[in-house]
Design a protein around this ligand. Structure first.
Ligand SMILES: *Cc1c(COP(=O)(O)O)cnc(C)c1O
Length: 354
């Protein structure tokens, strides 16, 4: 694929203090954009200065939400190299999302080329301090100026990038999670397995309720019986019950996380007992009461592995692992972040160098 590159004549000042990056506020100098027009396919791949895109107020995405996205990171190693963690998995999943939302698929090789070229152009924006990274957001949306309900004939595929701070600045810290019993996020047959804005829109009211009760994230239950565990906002969830790692199976309503898949592969390699199956919140509460709920953690690109400190279900508040981080949680965190930042060898073939 040919990518035209138009560099900015007005580069921005890079953040001086990388300990204060936060998440998703600052954007690099350039972005990738490519058009899709029915009959012509994807065309005009280009890297241009980061800035507004022109859209008609009637653009279909603004009315019916035909949009998908991905999230991944570029990491800087101690020797200054830049690398990615399983980036091909992101574009594979993007095409799974595309199919569900009737968005034209992208060529995964072209998307990887776009990723590498854009990061190369803006490589000085990849943070240097430990734990910080360059967050990368690929996304596709329908641009047709039309108010009828149908799949679009015109799309943009874009990639924007944001230097982001360490998720945990003082080592990994447990998060407190609230089990949502009123709202649901997704149902089988819906879009729960895709990365699309609509799933997040559906999650905001529950998230709001959790915040009001001083919990940072929501654990979703299945939309039909409200008893099977699904996932947390932007993380998959895992339990260690009596030594066994248990996580909800992929049945169409939860996202197939790349961190989830990697964590399961590592646990199996380490010889742990692992099962992907349906698990009810009652089973978790019973394990807790029996003293067999050893660990609970979330998995996702943002925090990699997030230990859960407290889990609130109705009036029941479960304190997990006495507020301490479990051994499996810590080992997964150390192994995955170690590979990502080039501090331990990648014996899984997961790292791709820029
Ligand atoms: C992105 C996301 C995850 C985590 O996926 P990773 O590939 O591990 O980053 C989990 N759940 C939802 C709803 C997500 O959008």
């Amino acid at each position: 694929m040919d990518i035209r590159i138009e560099k900015t004549t007005n580069p921005k000042q890079k953040p001086a203090d990388e300990t204060k990056l936060g998440f998703g506020h600052i954007f690099t100098d350039h972005m990738f954009i490519m058009d899709y027009d029915e009959g012509q396919g994807w065309h005009d791949a280009r890297i241009v200065p980061y800035g507004p895109v022109e859209l008609m107020p009637s653009a279909m995405v603004l009315h019916y939400g035909q949009e998908i996205f991905e999230g991944l990171k570029a990491y800087r190693t101690p020797t200054g190299d830049i690398q990615f963690f399983r980036p091909e998995e992101n574009f594979k999943r993007m095409n799974v999302s595309a199919e569900r939302l009737v968005i034209p698929k992208i060529d995964e090789k072209d998307a990887l080329q776009a990723l590498h070229t854009l990061v190369e152009v803006d490589k000085d924006w990849v943070p240097h301090i430990d734990g910080a990274s360059l967050y990368i957001r690929p996304f596709i949306f329908a641009t047709d100026p039309f108010l009828g309900v149908r799949p679009g004939d015109h799309y943009y595929f874009m990639i924007i990038m944001s230097p982001s701070g360490a998720y945990y600045s003082t080592g990994i810290n447990p998060v407190n999670i609230y089990v949502e019993t009123n709202y649901v996020r997704a149902v089988r047959g819906g879009m729960g397995f895709t990365k699309t804005g609509g799933n997040y829109a559906a999650s905001l009211a529950g998230q709001d309720e959790a915040h009001k009760q001083n919990y940072s994230q929501v654990l979703w239950l299945d939309g039909v019986e409200r008893k099977y565990i699904e996932e947390v906002g932007a993380m998959n969830i895992m339990f260690v019950i009596d030594g066994e790692v248990v996580t909800p199976s992929l049945q169409g309503s939860i996202l197939s996380g790349i961190t989830r898949k990697s964590a399961l592969e590592l646990c199996r390699k380490w010889g742990l007992k692992v099962s992907e199956r349906r698990i009810t919140i009652q089973e978790v509460a019973d394990a807790y009461d029996a003293g067999k709920l050893d660990e609970v953690f979330g998995t996702g690109t943002a925090a990699v592995v997030s230990p859960v400190g407290h889990l609130k279900w109705g009036d029941k508040v479960m304190e997990i692992g006495g507020g301490k981080i479990g051994a499996i949680t810590q080992r997964l965190y150390d192994t995955m972040t170690g590979m990502q930042y080039g501090k331990i060898p990648d014996d899984m073939g997961w790292i791709e160098k820029l």
